[in-house]
Design a protein around this ligand. Structure first.
Ligand SMILES: [Fe+2]
Ligand SMILES: [Fe+2]
Length: 483
């Protein structure tokens, strides 16, 4: 399994898409596993029902077909889980439903094969990655039962090549305009290839070129129309199945988004802090080849919960006003800080933020200790458990959320540093904060390696050097517990 993980990662790197293989693979509930199993069985039945009807087929062949189909479904699920460790049950069902639909259509109806294979390959590559999409294309192509709809080898090859191109480019497309360009270029490509084939009369496969001339326009038009329709319905798939496409990520990162506008108006200090930590986190994520688009967007939403009470957070306080001092109750202060995580998750739910983005809200705080208020409580002689002064967690489950936690910790300290501080002093500050998070066990489930932590420190220093001349200082607590 480790070899498979390494192979997946290497292929991903070759394809230019970076994914978090660091997350623990999500396991499904027993009922979800049963539904996935039954759906796979249903695909097996649909795929082999024509063979069952055909009385000439012997039992052993039928068993072979069924076993193969079942293995294809399993392979598809394994690859999708490897590429998307936190893939949801709904997303697995979406993958299998596409396969089921493809099997039903190709065994019962005379539908253009491009319309069966190409649109799902685009949706899957956008939402679940290129590798999953390529596997889906392979499974739906290999698992091609006798069909009345499709028996032309050249057409089959053109369909598969179109689907592969869509799967590879679709995984890299960053906005809806590029998706439109992809639809136009792929259909144009199909048109040109088919024109050459008909003109030349040399078959790509086999001895005879049986590509009918009337198919030439219908094929290219089918690609164009199916991809355009897919583009139109993509937001529905994003919303219903929680697919996080690049286009969706960039839309969420638009700072004119109502939640982010509210943050900039109602909590300007938090907004400023957010932009700075996004800069730190983005550089570090690029350095370790993590998902830069994910962290840029997740970072923007990590502290949206502070909208519930902006003035209780130090970055929004003006000089001399600190409601925590007036409250003079460390336990209540600590509850107010924890509330920025709970409220953030509520806002995320209300605004239907995708789960990978919402994960940044609790995980950037992990189970960190609110040390400032803990020592205040001890000074007051209160009998308290240390756990009462810790965030509820969970600790970061991915490299991206871990980097955001580290950036969150370092930002205030770096901003509060003297303008004349040396690079060595800044690096020591960064190292000190990161080591304390490490020793506290906050990074233990993020799978960040020692080498990656070193690169993160170096990239934070690089960003600090870049911004130190235009930084704005705001008051910060000595032990950085207000973030
Ligand atoms: Fe926070
Ligand atoms: Fe923060």
């Amino acid at each position: 399994m480790q070899k498979l993980t390494r192979l997946v990662k290497r292929i991903e790197m070759k394809l230019g898409r970076t994914v978090s293989l660091s997350k623990k693979t999500k396991s499904f509930k027993p009922i979800e596993r049963l539904i996935i199993f039954l759906t796979s069985i249903f695909i097996v039945l649909v795929s082999s029902h024509q063979n069952i009807i055909n009385s000439e087929i012997i039992f052993i062949d039928l068993l072979k077909i069924s076993l193969e189909t079942f293995l294809y479904c399993s392979a598809l699920i394994i690859v999708s889980k490897k590429e998307n460790s936190m893939i949801s049950f709904n997303q697995v069902i979406l993958l299998l439903s596409f396969l089921l639909l493809a099997q039903v259509i190709k065994t019962n109806f005379e539908v253009n094969p491009i319309a069966i294979i190409v649109p799902p390959s685009l949706i899957i590559s956008q939402g679940l990655g290129t590798l999953t999409s390529l596997t889906w294309v392979a499974v739906s192509a290999i698992n091609w039962p006798d069909s009345t709809a499709f028996n032309n080898n050249d057409l089959f090859l053109i369909t598969i090549i179109s689907a592969i191109i869509v799967a590879i480019i679709g995984g890299k497309v960053r906005n809806r305009a590029q998706l439109l360009q992809l639809a136009i270029f792929v259909s144009l490509g199909v048109f040109i290839v088919e024109s050459i084939l008909i003109y030349d009369k040399t078959p790509l496969i086999g001895l005879e070129n049986s590509l009918p001339i009337d198919k030439i326009y219908s094929q290219s038009v089918a690609v164009l129309v199916s991809l355009l329709i897919t583009n139109l319905v993509m937001p529905i798939f994003e919303s219903v199945f929680g697919l996080l496409t690049k286009a969706r990520l960039l839309e969420l990162a638009d700072q004119e988004n109502p939640i982010l506008r509210r943050l900039s108006i109602e909590a300007p200090g938090t907004y400023e802090h957010t932009l700075l930590i996004c800069g730190l986190a983005e550089e570090a994520t690029r350095m370790i080849r993590g998902d830069v688009d994910l962290i840029k967007t997740g970072g923007l939403y990590h502290d949206i919960g502070k909208l519930h009470a902006p003035n209780w957070f130090i970055e929004n306080q003006t000089e001399g006003t600190n409601p925590h001092e007036e409250l003079d109750d460390p336990i209540k202060s600590c509850q107010i800080l924890q509330k920025h995580v709970d409220e953030g998750l509520k806002i995320a739910k209300k605004n239907r933020l995708p789960k990978p983005i919402a994960d940044f809200i609790p995980e950037h705080q992990g189970t960190l200790k609110m040390g400032y208020f803990l020592s205040k409580a001890r000074e007051k002689g209160q009998n308290i458990e240390e756990n009462q002064f810790r965030y509820k967690g969970p600790i970061p489950q991915s490299k991206e959320t871990a980097i955001l936690m580290l950036a969150d910790g370092c930002e205030a300290a770096l901003r509060a540093m003297d303008i004349n501080a040396t690079d060595k002093e800044a690096y020591q500050t960064i190292s000190g904060i990161i080591s304390s998070r490490e020793k506290d066990g906050q990074l233990s489930e993020s799978y960040l390696s020692k080498a990656e932590i070193f690169l993160i420190k170096k990239s934070f220093l690089k960003v600090w050097k870049r911004i130190r001349h235009r930084r704005i200082q705001y008051p910060t607590s000595k032990n950085n517990t207000f973030s």
